[in-house]
Design a protein around this ligand. Structure first.
Ligand SMILES: [Zn+2]
Ligand SMILES: [Zn+2]
Length: 218
C-alpha cells in the first residue's frame, strides 16, 4: 500500500482483486478468467479486469459488453475500474508532480481547474491535491447507493447518468494534466494500461462528455 495515498488521501478506492487465501505470490492477479455470471456482486468488474489483464491494448474487446449486461451497468463498472487505475496513475506521478512542480491544476496552456472539494468556494490547489480530492470526491458520488445501487442490472436514473457524465468529465482532467506536464510518466502508464484509450473509447461510444482539453495519443 502506498504511503502517498495514506498521507494525501486516506482511504481511496482500492483495487478489488479476488485472490483465494493461500495463493502463492507469483499467482496473485493471475486467477483464471471465469465465465461471466450476471448475478454475482462484482462479476461485471471481474469481467472487465480479466479482459484488461489478458490484453490491455485490445480496447474493443475490453469495451464490448457481454450479452445481457445493461449499457448503464457497463458504463458504471468501467468508470469504477477507470478510477482504480487513475489512483495508480497519480501514484506513478508522485515523484514528479508535487506542490512545487505543479502548484496549480493545469492542462497545457490556458487550462486551469479549480477544486470544488474544499467547500462552497472553488479553490486553486496544487495538481496533486486536485487529483486526489477529485478522485475521493467522485468515488463518494459513485458509491451512493441511492443513485447507484450495486449490483444493478437495469437502467440507471437520469440523475445518476448525468452524474456519471460529470464524473467522466472531471476525472479526465487528471489524465490531461499528466499528458501535458508529465508526458514520459504518462506514456509509460498508458503503454502498460491503455487507460486513456479505453476511457476515450467508452466516452465516444456512450457519448458521456467532452474531454477538455483534448489530447492525442498514438
Ligand atoms: Zn488529498
Ligand atoms: Zn503535475
Amino acid at each position: 500500500k502506498s504511503s502517498f495515498l495514506d498521507t494525501c488521501c486516506g482511504s481511496m478506492a482500492e483495487p478489488r482483486r479476488r485472490n483465494l487465501p493461500g495463493t502463492p505470490q507469483g499467482e496473485i492477479f493471475k486467477w483464471k478468467s471465469s465465465d461471466f455470471k450476471a448475478d454475482g456482486h462484482y462479476s461485471v468488474q471481474e469481467w472487465i479486469q480479466d479482459k484488461i489483464r489478458s490484453d490491455p491494448t485490445d480496447i474493443k474487446a475490453i469495451c464490448k459488453p457481454p450479452e445481457h449486461v445493461h449499457k448503464h451497468e457497463w458504463i458504471y463498472e468501467h468508470i469504477r475500474q477507470i478510477i482504480i487505475e487513475l489512483n495508480a496513475l497519480v501514484v506513478s506521478l508522485q515523484a514528479s508532480c508535487t506542490g512545487s512542480s505543479c502548484p496549480k491544476m493545469t492542462a497545457g496552456e490556458g487550462f486551469e481547474f479549480l477544486s470544488a472539494c474544499y467547500g462552497a468556494q472553488p479553490q486553486m490547489v496544487s495538481a496533486v491535491d486536485y487529483a486526489c480530492h477529485n478522485i475521493d470526491f467522485h468515488v463518494a458520488i459513485i458509491n451512493k447507493t441511492k443513485n447507484f445501487p450495486r449490483p444493478n442490472h437495469d437502467a440507471l436514473g437520469k440523475k445518476a447518468m448525468k452524474e456519471l457524465s460529470d464524473v467522466a468529465k472531471r476525472l479526465y482532467r487528471i489524465i490531461a494534466h499528466a499528458y501535458f506536464h508529465h508526458k514520459e510518466e504518462f506514456m509509460g502508464f498508458e503503454f502498460a494500461t491503455g487507460l486513456y484509450k479505453r476511457f476515450a473509447h467508452l466516452n465516444e461510444t456512450y457519448k458521456l462528455t467532452s474531454f477538455t482539453p483534448a489530447i492525442k495519443v498514438n
